[in-house]
Design a protein. Sequence first.
Length: 171
Amino acid sequence: MSSASDRPNTAAAWIARLDLRPLPFEGGYFRQTVCSEERSPIARHGASRPLHTAIYYLLTPDSHSAMHRLPSDEVFHFYAGDRVRMLQLAPDGTGRIARLGNDGALGVEPQVLVPRGTWQGSELEPGGRYALLGTTMAPGFELEDFELGHRAELSAAYPQFAEELARLCDA
């Protein structure tokens, strides 16, 4: 039986334990854990996609998930660490801030859906040390599907979230 001292409790410990790597373009650290060999009949950019994919994803105070959107639903799962704030901007011009965590507090969820085509970006809540998350997508992720958001364009379309976009857009 393991003791609490055997379990990772820092970002660096999780990065080492799960062999996470910096995630290009988006930020944070990740490792793909599942990529279905079965292919989806949905074709994008001239090719089919894996039926489903999953990753580990870790945020630190020095990183964030830059605003981006994907053409498939993405489900975030909270595993360990401190709360995360996720900005979601819908195609209809509305938006919301979802909070991920596992402390059971009202309004904080251990699992959050990002519907396809929704702009999304995440960061630790102030004072957070790290957050270990997982994501699953179906059809699965392919790099060609990733679209990075730009601050000026998103701020013009969603002015009510300009403060959050200033933190979550790198350009």
